[in-house]
Design a protein around this ligand. Structure first.
Ligand code: KG4
Ligand code: ZN
Length: 369
Protein backbone atom coordinates (compact mmCIF):
# COMPACT_ATOMS: atom_id res chain seq x y z
CA UNK A 1 0.00 0.00 0.00
CA UNK A 2 1.64 3.34 -0.99
CA UNK A 3 1.91 5.80 1.89
CA UNK A 4 0.90 8.83 -0.19
CA UNK A 5 -2.81 8.04 0.15
CA UNK A 6 -5.00 7.93 3.24
CA UNK A 7 -5.53 4.42 4.60
CA UNK A 8 -8.62 3.41 6.56
CA UNK A 9 -8.72 0.11 8.42
CA UNK A 10 -11.18 -1.81 10.51
CA UNK A 11 -9.50 -3.42 13.52
CA UNK A 12 -10.94 -6.34 15.47
CA UNK A 13 -9.84 -7.53 18.92
CA UNK A 14 -11.14 -10.56 20.85
CA UNK A 15 -8.10 -12.19 22.47
CA UNK A 16 -9.24 -12.03 26.09
CA UNK A 17 -12.39 -10.58 27.65
CA UNK A 18 -12.97 -7.44 25.58
CA UNK A 19 -14.76 -7.57 22.23
CA UNK A 20 -13.69 -4.52 20.28
CA UNK A 21 -13.92 -3.03 16.80
CA UNK A 22 -12.41 0.25 15.64
CA UNK A 23 -11.91 2.33 12.52
CA UNK A 24 -8.58 4.15 12.24
CA UNK A 25 -7.45 6.37 9.39
CA UNK A 26 -3.89 7.41 8.57
CA UNK A 27 -3.79 10.62 6.58
CA UNK A 28 -1.24 11.49 3.89
CA UNK A 29 0.64 13.52 6.51
CA UNK A 30 1.15 10.25 8.45
CA UNK A 31 -1.15 11.35 11.22
CA UNK A 32 -3.58 8.88 12.71
CA UNK A 33 -7.20 9.56 13.48
CA UNK A 34 -9.33 7.18 15.53
CA UNK A 35 -12.75 7.42 13.90
CA UNK A 36 -14.31 4.96 16.35
CA UNK A 37 -13.18 2.50 19.03
CA UNK A 38 -15.99 0.39 20.49
CA UNK A 39 -15.06 -1.84 23.44
CA UNK A 40 -17.55 -4.25 24.97
CA UNK A 41 -16.24 -5.86 28.18
CA UNK A 42 -17.28 -9.18 29.67
CA UNK A 43 -16.45 -8.57 33.32
CA UNK A 44 -19.99 -9.41 34.48
CA UNK A 45 -20.01 -12.75 32.66
CA UNK A 46 -16.89 -13.94 34.47
CA UNK A 47 -17.35 -12.26 37.86
CA UNK A 48 -18.73 -15.35 39.58
CA UNK A 49 -15.74 -17.49 38.55
CA UNK A 50 -12.88 -15.32 39.83
CA UNK A 51 -11.23 -15.20 36.39
CA UNK A 52 -11.88 -15.32 32.65
CA UNK A 53 -13.56 -18.61 31.57
CA UNK A 54 -12.28 -19.29 28.03
CA UNK A 55 -15.43 -20.99 26.69
CA UNK A 56 -17.74 -18.28 28.02
CA UNK A 57 -15.39 -15.64 26.58
CA UNK A 58 -15.28 -17.25 23.12
CA UNK A 59 -19.05 -17.58 22.91
CA UNK A 60 -19.61 -14.00 24.05
CA UNK A 61 -17.11 -12.74 21.44
CA UNK A 62 -18.92 -14.70 18.70
CA UNK A 63 -22.18 -13.03 19.75
CA UNK A 64 -20.77 -9.51 20.03
CA UNK A 65 -18.35 -9.21 17.11
CA UNK A 66 -20.95 -8.17 14.55
CA UNK A 67 -22.60 -5.78 17.04
CA UNK A 68 -19.37 -3.91 17.87
CA UNK A 69 -18.33 -3.86 14.20
CA UNK A 70 -21.63 -2.32 13.12
CA UNK A 71 -21.35 0.21 15.92
CA UNK A 72 -17.76 1.07 14.92
CA UNK A 73 -18.73 1.59 11.28
CA UNK A 74 -21.76 3.68 12.25
CA UNK A 75 -19.81 5.90 14.67
CA UNK A 76 -17.11 6.44 12.04
CA UNK A 77 -19.80 7.15 9.42
CA UNK A 78 -18.15 4.55 7.18
CA UNK A 79 -19.33 1.53 5.28
CA UNK A 80 -17.26 -1.45 4.17
CA UNK A 81 -16.45 0.27 0.82
CA UNK A 82 -14.56 2.99 2.68
CA UNK A 83 -12.14 0.45 4.13
CA UNK A 84 -8.76 -0.52 2.67
CA UNK A 85 -8.36 -3.70 4.75
CA UNK A 86 -9.50 -5.63 7.81
CA UNK A 87 -6.97 -6.19 10.62
CA UNK A 88 -7.61 -8.77 13.32
CA UNK A 89 -5.77 -10.00 16.41
CA UNK A 90 -4.45 -13.45 15.43
CA UNK A 91 -2.70 -14.10 18.79
CA UNK A 92 -1.42 -14.42 21.43
CA UNK A 93 -4.43 -14.97 23.65
CA UNK A 94 -7.22 -17.35 24.52
CA UNK A 95 -7.55 -19.58 21.47
CA UNK A 96 -11.38 -19.60 21.37
CA UNK A 97 -11.62 -15.82 21.42
CA UNK A 98 -8.84 -15.34 18.88
CA UNK A 99 -10.48 -17.92 16.60
CA UNK A 100 -13.84 -16.13 16.84
CA UNK A 101 -12.20 -12.89 15.76
CA UNK A 102 -10.16 -14.44 12.95
CA UNK A 103 -13.17 -16.33 11.53
CA UNK A 104 -15.29 -13.20 11.68
CA UNK A 105 -12.61 -11.09 9.99
CA UNK A 106 -12.10 -13.68 7.27
CA UNK A 107 -15.82 -13.75 6.50
CA UNK A 108 -15.96 -9.97 6.37
CA UNK A 109 -12.84 -9.66 4.21
CA UNK A 110 -14.03 -12.35 1.82
CA UNK A 111 -17.55 -10.94 1.58
CA UNK A 112 -16.42 -7.35 1.05
CA UNK A 113 -13.42 -8.28 -1.08
CA UNK A 114 -10.97 -6.62 1.29
CA UNK A 115 -7.38 -7.61 2.15
CA UNK A 116 -6.88 -9.32 5.51
CA UNK A 117 -4.11 -8.59 8.01
CA UNK A 118 -3.37 -10.76 11.08
CA UNK A 119 -1.96 -8.67 13.93
CA UNK A 120 0.06 -9.72 16.97
CA UNK A 121 -1.83 -8.35 19.98
CA UNK A 122 1.42 -7.35 21.69
CA UNK A 123 2.52 -5.47 18.58
CA UNK A 124 -0.77 -3.58 18.94
CA UNK A 125 0.22 -2.50 22.47
CA UNK A 126 3.82 -1.81 21.46
CA UNK A 127 2.91 0.37 18.45
CA UNK A 128 0.26 2.42 20.32
CA UNK A 129 2.71 5.27 21.11
CA UNK A 130 3.02 5.83 17.35
CA UNK A 131 -0.74 6.01 17.03
CA UNK A 132 -1.12 8.47 19.92
CA UNK A 133 2.13 10.43 19.86
CA UNK A 134 3.81 9.66 16.53
CA UNK A 135 6.95 8.25 18.20
CA UNK A 136 9.91 7.60 15.91
CA UNK A 137 11.76 4.27 15.85
CA UNK A 138 13.63 3.10 17.76
CA UNK A 139 11.90 3.67 21.09
CA UNK A 140 11.87 1.86 24.39
CA UNK A 141 8.62 0.35 25.56
CA UNK A 142 7.49 -1.06 28.89
CA UNK A 143 4.29 -3.10 28.73
CA UNK A 144 3.06 -3.52 32.30
CA UNK A 145 -0.40 -4.94 32.94
CA UNK A 146 -2.32 -7.67 34.74
CA UNK A 147 -0.90 -10.39 32.53
CA UNK A 148 2.25 -8.88 31.16
CA UNK A 149 5.51 -7.16 31.95
CA UNK A 150 8.29 -6.72 29.44
CA UNK A 151 10.76 -4.20 28.05
CA UNK A 152 10.86 -3.96 24.27
CA UNK A 153 13.19 -2.11 21.99
CA UNK A 154 10.82 -1.23 19.15
CA UNK A 155 13.06 -0.97 16.11
CA UNK A 156 10.44 -1.10 13.36
CA UNK A 157 6.78 -2.03 13.03
CA UNK A 158 7.85 -5.62 12.50
CA UNK A 159 11.06 -5.68 14.60
CA UNK A 160 10.92 -5.94 18.38
CA UNK A 161 13.84 -6.77 20.62
CA UNK A 162 12.94 -8.02 24.07
CA UNK A 163 15.33 -6.65 26.69
CA UNK A 164 13.78 -8.48 29.65
CA UNK A 165 10.58 -9.12 31.51
CA UNK A 166 8.95 -10.90 34.38
CA UNK A 167 9.85 -14.52 34.97
CA UNK A 168 6.63 -15.16 36.92
CA UNK A 169 3.74 -12.83 37.89
CA UNK A 170 2.98 -9.51 36.24
CA UNK A 171 2.83 -6.43 38.52
CA UNK A 172 -0.92 -5.97 37.96
CA UNK A 173 -1.45 -9.54 39.11
CA UNK A 174 0.62 -8.75 42.22
CA UNK A 175 -1.50 -5.64 42.89
CA UNK A 176 -4.68 -7.71 42.50
CA UNK A 177 -3.44 -10.48 44.82
CA UNK A 178 -2.33 -7.93 47.40
CA UNK A 179 -5.78 -6.34 47.30
CA UNK A 180 -7.35 -9.75 47.83
CA UNK A 181 -5.11 -10.45 50.84
CA UNK A 182 -6.10 -7.09 52.32
CA UNK A 183 -9.82 -7.61 51.61
CA UNK A 184 -9.93 -4.76 49.06
CA UNK A 185 -12.12 -4.84 45.92
CA UNK A 186 -10.92 -5.93 42.45
CA UNK A 187 -9.24 -4.78 40.29
CA UNK A 188 -6.78 -4.20 43.11
CA UNK A 189 -4.36 -1.70 41.57
CA UNK A 190 -6.39 1.49 42.04
CA UNK A 191 -7.48 0.44 45.57
CA UNK A 192 -3.95 -0.33 46.71
CA UNK A 193 -2.70 2.93 45.20
CA UNK A 194 -5.37 4.93 47.00
CA UNK A 195 -4.47 3.48 50.42
CA UNK A 196 -0.72 3.61 49.71
CA UNK A 197 -1.03 7.39 49.42
CA UNK A 198 -1.90 7.57 53.14
CA UNK A 199 0.65 4.99 54.30
CA UNK A 200 4.29 4.90 55.40
CA UNK A 201 6.31 3.22 52.61
CA UNK A 202 9.31 2.63 54.89
CA UNK A 203 7.65 0.67 57.72
CA UNK A 204 7.52 -2.66 55.88
CA UNK A 205 10.57 -3.52 53.80
CA UNK A 206 9.37 -6.00 51.20
CA UNK A 207 11.82 -7.85 48.93
CA UNK A 208 13.07 -6.30 45.68
CA UNK A 209 13.62 -9.56 43.73
CA UNK A 210 16.36 -9.88 41.10
CA UNK A 211 17.77 -6.38 41.75
CA UNK A 212 21.01 -8.08 42.76
CA UNK A 213 21.22 -9.75 39.35
CA UNK A 214 22.27 -7.99 36.15
CA UNK A 215 19.82 -7.48 33.32
CA UNK A 216 16.21 -6.43 32.96
CA UNK A 217 14.37 -9.55 34.11
CA UNK A 218 11.96 -9.18 37.02
CA UNK A 219 10.07 -11.36 39.49
CA UNK A 220 6.99 -10.41 41.48
CA UNK A 221 5.61 -13.70 42.77
CA UNK A 222 7.54 -13.63 46.07
CA UNK A 223 5.97 -10.33 47.09
CA UNK A 224 2.58 -11.77 47.94
CA UNK A 225 4.11 -14.31 50.36
CA UNK A 226 6.04 -11.54 52.12
CA UNK A 227 2.89 -9.45 52.28
CA UNK A 228 0.84 -12.35 53.64
CA UNK A 229 3.36 -12.91 56.44
CA UNK A 230 3.47 -9.23 57.35
CA UNK A 231 -0.33 -9.04 57.30
CA UNK A 232 -0.67 -12.06 59.60
CA UNK A 233 1.92 -10.61 62.00
CA UNK A 234 -0.10 -7.36 62.14
CA UNK A 235 -3.32 -9.27 62.82
CA UNK A 236 -1.61 -11.27 65.59
CA UNK A 237 -0.19 -8.07 67.13
CA UNK A 238 -3.68 -6.59 67.16
CA UNK A 239 -4.86 -9.55 69.21
CA UNK A 240 -6.57 -11.31 66.30
CA UNK A 241 -9.25 -8.62 65.99
CA UNK A 242 -8.71 -8.06 62.25
CA UNK A 243 -6.23 -5.86 60.45
CA UNK A 244 -5.93 -2.30 61.87
CA UNK A 245 -6.50 0.43 59.27
CA UNK A 246 -3.03 2.00 59.65
CA UNK A 247 -1.40 -1.39 59.13
CA UNK A 248 -3.40 -1.83 55.94
CA UNK A 249 -2.32 1.54 54.53
CA UNK A 250 1.33 0.93 55.53
CA UNK A 251 1.25 -2.52 53.91
CA UNK A 252 -0.11 -0.97 50.69
CA UNK A 253 2.53 1.76 50.76
CA UNK A 254 5.36 -0.75 51.39
CA UNK A 255 4.11 -3.04 48.63
CA UNK A 256 3.76 -0.23 46.08
CA UNK A 257 7.22 1.10 46.96
CA UNK A 258 8.74 -2.35 46.31
CA UNK A 259 7.09 -2.60 42.87
CA UNK A 260 8.05 0.99 42.00
CA UNK A 261 11.69 0.42 43.06
CA UNK A 262 11.97 -2.71 40.91
CA UNK A 263 10.32 -1.11 37.87
CA UNK A 264 12.46 2.03 38.20
CA UNK A 265 15.77 0.19 38.55
CA UNK A 266 15.02 -2.28 35.75
CA UNK A 267 13.81 0.60 33.57
CA UNK A 268 17.09 2.41 34.30
CA UNK A 269 19.01 -0.58 32.97
CA UNK A 270 16.72 -0.90 29.94
CA UNK A 271 17.24 2.83 29.22
CA UNK A 272 21.01 2.32 29.38
CA UNK A 273 20.83 -0.52 26.84
CA UNK A 274 18.47 1.49 24.67
CA UNK A 275 20.70 4.58 24.64
CA UNK A 276 23.58 2.43 23.35
CA UNK A 277 21.58 2.26 20.11
CA UNK A 278 21.97 6.08 19.85
CA UNK A 279 18.34 6.84 18.96
CA UNK A 280 17.73 10.13 17.14
CA UNK A 281 14.75 11.04 19.32
CA UNK A 282 15.15 9.06 22.55
CA UNK A 283 11.74 8.09 23.91
CA UNK A 284 10.39 5.79 26.61
CA UNK A 285 6.76 4.70 26.38
CA UNK A 286 4.71 2.75 28.88
CA UNK A 287 1.43 0.90 28.34
CA UNK A 288 -0.86 -1.40 30.32
CA UNK A 289 -3.17 -0.96 33.29
CA UNK A 290 -0.37 -0.53 35.83
CA UNK A 291 0.80 2.53 33.88
CA UNK A 292 -2.21 4.23 35.47
CA UNK A 293 -0.42 4.16 38.84
CA UNK A 294 0.62 7.73 39.65
CA UNK A 295 3.57 6.78 41.88
CA UNK A 296 5.03 4.41 39.27
CA UNK A 297 4.38 6.85 36.44
CA UNK A 298 6.21 9.64 38.34
CA UNK A 299 9.27 7.42 38.87
CA UNK A 300 9.41 6.55 35.16
CA UNK A 301 8.83 10.17 34.15
CA UNK A 302 11.68 11.32 36.45
CA UNK A 303 13.97 8.61 35.13
CA UNK A 304 13.19 9.74 31.57
CA UNK A 305 13.81 13.40 32.47
CA UNK A 306 17.17 12.56 34.06
CA UNK A 307 18.24 10.71 30.90
CA UNK A 308 16.94 13.21 28.35
CA UNK A 309 14.18 10.90 27.10
CA UNK A 310 10.70 11.87 26.05
CA UNK A 311 8.26 9.98 28.28
CA UNK A 312 4.97 8.88 26.75
CA UNK A 313 2.06 7.25 28.51
CA UNK A 314 -0.92 6.95 26.13
CA UNK A 315 -4.42 7.57 27.53
CA UNK A 316 -5.57 4.61 29.60
CA UNK A 317 -8.31 3.49 27.24
CA UNK A 318 -5.69 3.05 24.53
CA UNK A 319 -3.27 1.33 26.95
CA UNK A 320 -5.74 -1.41 27.83
CA UNK A 321 -7.18 -3.86 25.29
CA UNK A 322 -8.89 -2.14 22.35
CA UNK A 323 -9.23 -2.53 18.59
CA UNK A 324 -7.85 0.89 17.63
CA UNK A 325 -4.35 -0.40 18.41
CA UNK A 326 -5.04 -3.45 16.21
CA UNK A 327 -6.25 -1.27 13.33
CA UNK A 328 -3.14 0.89 13.70
CA UNK A 329 -0.78 -2.11 13.78
CA UNK A 330 -2.64 -3.28 10.64
CA UNK A 331 -1.94 0.07 8.97
CA UNK A 332 1.76 -0.25 9.83
CA UNK A 333 1.75 -3.79 8.36
CA UNK A 334 -0.02 -2.56 5.21
CA UNK A 335 2.64 0.13 4.75
CA UNK A 336 5.24 -2.66 4.85
CA UNK A 337 3.20 -4.66 2.33
CA UNK A 338 2.49 -7.40 4.86
CA UNK A 339 -0.88 -8.98 4.16
CA UNK A 340 -2.37 -12.33 4.99
CA UNK A 341 -4.79 -14.55 3.15
CA UNK A 342 -7.49 -17.05 4.04
CA UNK A 343 -4.87 -19.42 5.48
CA UNK A 344 -4.37 -17.02 8.44
CA UNK A 345 -4.57 -19.05 11.64
CA UNK A 346 -5.08 -18.20 15.31
CA UNK A 347 -1.96 -18.52 17.47
CA UNK A 348 -2.41 -18.89 21.24
CA UNK A 349 1.32 -18.22 21.67
CA UNK A 350 3.13 -15.71 19.54
CA UNK A 351 6.20 -14.03 21.05
CA UNK A 352 7.06 -10.68 19.50
CA UNK A 353 10.77 -11.26 19.58
CA UNK A 354 11.25 -14.56 17.78
CA UNK A 355 15.03 -14.30 17.95
CA UNK A 356 15.00 -15.08 21.68
CA UNK A 357 14.16 -18.30 23.46
CA UNK A 358 10.50 -18.29 24.46
CA UNK A 359 10.00 -17.55 28.13
CA UNK A 360 7.05 -17.06 30.40
CA UNK A 361 5.48 -13.72 29.77
CA UNK A 362 6.63 -13.40 26.17
CA UNK A 363 3.28 -13.85 24.53
CA UNK A 364 1.89 -16.23 27.08
CA UNK A 365 -1.35 -18.03 26.62
CA UNK A 366 -4.31 -17.53 28.90
CA UNK A 367 -3.74 -14.45 30.97
CA UNK A 368 -4.66 -11.13 29.50
CA UNK A 369 -1.78 -9.55 27.61
O1 KG4 B 1 -4.01 -3.53 30.88
P1 KG4 B 1 -5.10 -4.00 31.78
O2 KG4 B 1 -6.40 -3.26 31.81
O3 KG4 B 1 -5.47 -5.47 31.50
C1 KG4 B 1 -4.52 -6.43 31.42
O4 KG4 B 1 -3.96 -6.57 30.32
O5 KG4 B 1 -4.28 -7.08 32.45
O6 KG4 B 1 -4.47 -4.02 33.25
C2 KG4 B 1 -5.22 -4.38 34.36
C3 KG4 B 1 -4.29 -4.42 35.53
C4 KG4 B 1 -4.99 -4.94 36.78
O7 KG4 B 1 -4.16 -5.93 37.36
C5 KG4 B 1 -5.11 -3.71 37.66
O8 KG4 B 1 -5.07 -3.99 39.05
C6 KG4 B 1 -3.90 -2.91 37.23
O9 KG4 B 1 -3.82 -3.10 35.84
N1 KG4 B 1 -4.07 -1.49 37.55
C7 KG4 B 1 -3.29 -0.82 38.42
C8 KG4 B 1 -3.83 0.48 38.54
N2 KG4 B 1 -4.93 0.56 37.72
C9 KG4 B 1 -5.06 -0.66 37.12
N3 KG4 B 1 -2.20 -1.21 39.10
C10 KG4 B 1 -1.63 -0.30 39.90
N4 KG4 B 1 -2.10 0.95 40.09
C11 KG4 B 1 -3.19 1.39 39.44
N5 KG4 B 1 -3.64 2.64 39.61
ZN1 ZN C 1 -3.52 -6.62 25.98
Amino acid sequence: MPDDRPITLLGIESSCDDTSAAIVRRGIDGRAEILSNIVSGQTDLHAAYGGVVPEIAARAHAEKLDVVTEAALAEAACDLHDLNAVAVTAGPGLIGGVLSGVMFAKGLALGANLPLIGVNHLAGHALTPRLTDGLMFPYLMLIVSGGHCQFLLVEAADRFHRLGGTIDDAPGEAFDKTAKLLALPQPGGPEVEKLAGDGDPTRFRFPRPLLDRPGCDMSFSGLKTALLRARDACIADAGGAGLPATDRTDLCAGFQAAIADVLEEKSRRAVELYLNARPAEPSFAVAGGVAANGAIRRRLQDLSDRNGLRFVAPPLKLCTDNAAMIAWAGIEAALLGRYDDMTLSARPRWPLDTTQAAMLGSGKKGAKA
